[in-house]
Design a protein around this ligand. Structure first.
Ligand code: COA
Length: 256
């Protein structure tokens, strides 16, 4: 299967998914949501695939967030569909281990995408954060609950309220990244970790993932409903449109 916004490469026993819209720092548009969802369905049903390594095309970004040129058009009724939340849940529920190799920006929806994976490895250039408050919205696709459970509620609140972007060392310190490697090594390190996992008992690893998901997913559904409703409300605000338009205008000003 070929995709416009992704590359899916099957390896011996596992697969690599490369997020590929480098001209916009791999920002997630609707097409990508559909394609990634389809790729996850296919990989879930593929008996030859027992794990996925994700990374971004190019050196500048894993994923710089949802595509703001689409977000600015989104209304309450669209936000209530919670399409990114549904996709990230599908990734979290994928039965085999997932590893993100992150170079450059993993922001907003890109950070939430990485949070839905089992393990995050960073290159030294990694920069992560939830800057949605700058745009008049919240991280509505799992950020509040997944970030809280990974780095603790205090740090999650700080990151989400301030929208600040933190570097690889800080991500490592707070547990947002498991390890940091040189940029030219990080994808290989993720592949090597996948190889290590693949040598273990497949069923034991699979059952371990179910057990780990069960251990941490105690309040998720409730949080998802609140995130979805809150985001829906924010997508009807003047402030949201003004802030997103400001980002897009900045882009036009650069071009002129
Ligand atoms: N949505 C749509 N386009 C995006 C994008 C996004 N989330 N992030 C980056 N891009 C585009 C830029 O508009 C630019 O396009 P252009 O070349 O046509 O002008 C291109 O990607 C490169 O980005 P640019 O802003 O020029 O790079 P930079 O190095 O100056 O800044 C960032 C990088 C990540 C700091 C900046 O792009 C940014 O703030 N992006 C938005 C991050 C964000 O708020 N994400 C959360 C969304 S939920």
């Amino acid at each position: 299967m070929t995709y416009e916004t992704l590359k899916v490469v099957k390896k011996e026993g596992w697969a690599e998914v490369i997020i590929s819209r480098p001209e916009v720092l791999n920002a997630i548009n609707l097409k990508m949501v559909r394609e990634l969802s389809q790729a996850m369905d296919e990989l879930s049903l593929d008996d030859e695939v027992r794990g996925i390594v994700f990374h971004g095309e190019g050196d500048k970004a894993f994923v710089a967030g949802a595509d703001i040129s689409e977000l600015v058009e989104r209304k309450t009724v669209d936000a209530l569909k919670a399409i990114n939340a549904g996709l990230f849940q599908k990734i979290e529920d994928y039965p085999w281990p997932t590893i993100a190799a992150i170079k450059g920006y993993a922001l907003g929806g890109g950070c939430e995408l990485a949070l839905a994976m089992d393990i995050r490895l960073g290159g030294r250039s990694a920069q992560m954060g939830q800057p949605e408050v700058n745009l008049g919205i919240i991280p509505g696709a799992g950020g509040p609950h997944r970030l809280s459970r990974l780095v603790g509620p205090g740090m999650a609140r700080e990151l989400i309220y301030t929208g600040k972007i933190i570097d690889a060392e800080e991500c490592l310190r707070i547990g947002l990244l498991n390890h940091v490697h040189d940029d030219d090594r990080v994808v290989d390190e993720a592949r090597a970790m996948m190889q290590t996992i693949l040598k273990k008992s497949p069923m034991a690893v699979r059952v371990a993932k179910v057990a780990l998901n069960a251990a941490v997913n105690t309040v998720d559904r409730r949080s998802q409903y609140v995130e979805c409703l809150g985001q829906g409300m924010l997508f009807d605000s003047e402030d949201q449109r003004t802030r997103m338009t400001r980002f897009l205008e900045r882009k036009k000003a650069k071009d002129s």
